[in-house]
Design a protein around this ligand. Structure first.
Ligand code: NDP
Length: 304
């Protein structure tokens, strides 16, 4: 898989290229499933008019279309009550034609995100946010894979980066990125020695500089600089931060949590932003939707 090393410097781990390859594999699997009478279907709930959420939902629906996965959107107004939202989740939970359900976050303030996540049937929880599915992951028997963390692992695997025995430092402990990634990488399947850091960690640059694989999932633009990186390390940048830039046509641009240019002569390889972890997350959502359809039809996991 494409891991360019322009001019002999740091290898660029392209999530765009890797996600394309994975989507081709998933497309073929959907064709196979359809010949067996199984047609995967994802339901996406969008509440309110947040423009960023609308873009994410459209891109998820578009990717479903590309892969031959059916999708439906439940669009609800910004003043939707918690009871109305719960009723829609319930309707989708009991619809046998729907394999996966996701509710786009953030939700308007009158809605309780945690209660909504918990109301999605664990067998349809393709975001892998439900505590039941996080519990299975922690017990070392994951059913669905957390999308962004599994995307990171696919980048590593398909770029030839060994995880077994490696010292991994994950900066960030959120329920959707840092914590599930640190749990996954500590499982026997990956065998990493994992350190999890957060805003209260002391000596952060020194801790990060012990990492063979350094993952930044912080949400602070270009926070990880050269002094955080051990020579020869692999650096995975999960961050997506929009910063103002008058020279850019849009007046702003997307940057990661890592100073990508600043680590060029130190790291062995790194993911860019954009074009790194971002495109992997949607591909993994599609993967989970296909597996939801397989599990609900009595089949086992489709392995990547
Ligand atoms: P959260 O805000 O939920 O978590 C951020 C984590 O970073 C927290 O654990 C926080 O510590 C830690 N942190 C914040 N400041 C510091 C600091 N100065 N030093 C050390 N640790 C710090 O964010 P998410 O996990 O949801 O997202 C992280 C980033 O990844 C964001 O930029 C987000 O946009 C991006 N993202 C990208 C995705 C993709 O597909 N590429 C998908 C999801 C997220 P504490 O717990 O102590 O507060």
């Amino acid at each position: 898989m494409e891991t360019t090393k322009p001019g002999g410097g740091m290898r660029r781990l392209s999530g765009t290229e890797i996600s394309k390859q994975i989507k081709e594999e998933l497309k073929e699997e959907v064709i196979r499933l359809k010949t067996q009478g199984v047609s995967p279907k994802l339901a996406v709930i969008l509440v309110g008019d947040d423009p960023a959420s609308a873009i994410y939902v459209n891109s998820k629906k578009r990717t479903c279309g590309e892969l031959g996965i059916d999708s439906i959107e439940k669009k609800m107004p910004a003043n939707t009550t918690q009871a109305e939202l719960l009723a829609v989740v319930e309707e989708l939970n009991s619809d046998p034609s729907v394999n996966g359900i996701l509710c786009q976050v953030p939700l308007p303030e009158q809605c309780d995100e945690h209660e909504i996540i918990c109301s999605i049937h664990p067998e349809k929880d393709v975001d892998c946010f439900h505590p039941y599915n996080l519990g299975l992951l922690t017990a070392g028997m994951p059913k669905f894979m957390p999308c962004t963390p599994f995307g990171v692992l696919q980048i590593l695997k398909r770029s030839g980066c060994e995880t077994s025995g490696q010292n991994v430092v994950v900066v960030g402990r959120s329920n959707i990125v840092g914590r599930p990634l640190s749990i996954l990488m500590s499982l026997k399947a990956y065998n990493s020695t994992v350190t999890v850091c957060h805003s209260r960690s002391r000596n952060l640059p020194e801790l990060c500089a012990t990492a063979d694989i350094l993952v930044a999932a912080i949400g602070r633009a270009e926070f990880v600089t050269a002094d955080f990186v051990k020579p020869g390390a692999i650096v995975i940048d999960v961050g997506m931060n929009r910063i103002e830039d008058a020279s850019h046509p849009k007046g702003s641009r997307l940057v990661g949590d890592v100073d990508y240019a600043g680590i060029q002569d130190i790291a062995e390889a790194a993911t860019p932003v954009p074009g790194g972890v971002g495109p992997m997350t949607i591909a993994m959502l599609m993967y989970n939707t296909i597996n939801a359809a397989r599990f609900q039809s009595g089949m086992d996991r489709f392995e990547l």
